[in-house]
Design a protein around this ligand. Structure first.
Ligand SMILES: CCCCCCCCCCCCCC(=O)SCCNC(=O)CCNC(=O)[C@H](O)C(C)(C)COP(=O)(O)OP(=O)(O)OC[C@H]1O[C@@H](n2cnc3c(N)ncnc32)[C@H](O)[C@@H]1OP(=O)(O)O
Length: 153
């Protein structure tokens, strides 16, 4: 399954969280599932907070890139962009809020579900729900802003 991250320009594909070209990163892939967006992630043992549970900063990182990926998908849809080669819209995080509802078990797949709560021409607000073993463990809200092709160059 391809994610929006497969369509980022090389310059935007170096991100530790989701860049396909970062050999040390998580290589997250975010895609549509109906009206929602999905990202899946299997934590490694070394992502431990206390034995058995995932480090909170790691979860924030996954929610962050799920948010920017979801925003890029939403802008592509808004602008009728047919994704091909490396033509995905470029978004950065302006704001990230995370609420840890319960400890997140480390021994299985994590699924993050995104809802596009608000979108205008330049800014999208994404609400994220992170599930482990079917239980809602963390929620997040990400404000992502579209940036020009030459951002950071
Ligand atoms: C170094 C970064 C590298 C990125 C690599 C990408 C990799 C690939 C992707 C993976 C990424 C992975 C994730 C990462 O790691 S991304 C890396 C972490 N993020 C950053 O470094 C971003 C740094 N900030 C900026 O560059 C600028 O401040 C941005 C571009 C965000 C906006 O500044 P700019 O002057 O250009 O725009 P504007 O001021 O006209 O604002 C525009 C709209 O946004 C609203 N707004 C602004 N700030 C906030 C805020 N804090 N909360 C809520 N809203 C905020 C503002 O009200 C306005 O709304 P509206 O009036 O339209 O309603």
């Amino acid at each position: 399954m391809k994610g929006i991250q497969d369509y980022y320009h090389d310059h935007f594909a170096q991100c530790y969280g989701c860049g396909r070209l970062n050999e040390h990163g998580h290589h997250l892939k975010t895609y549509w599932d109906g009206e929602h967006t999905i990202t899946k992630f299997i934590p490694k043992e070394y992502h431990t907070a206390i034995p058995g549970f995932v480090y909170g900063g790691m979860l924030a990182s996954v929610i962050d890139c799920h948010g920017t990926g979801s925003a890029a998908l939403a802008f592509a849809k808004q602008q009728n962009i047919e994704l091909c080669e490396h033509n995905a819209p470029r978004c950065v995080t302006a704001s990230l809020q995370v609420k840890y509802l319960k400890p997140t078990p480390i021994d299985g797949e994590i699924e993050i579900k995104g809802t596009i709560a608000k979108i205008n021409e330049r800014k999208a607000t994404i609400v994220a729900e992170l599930y482990a073993g079917g239980n809602l463990c963390v929620t997040g809200e990400i404000v992502a802003v579209l940036v020009p092709d030459n951002f950071g160059e």
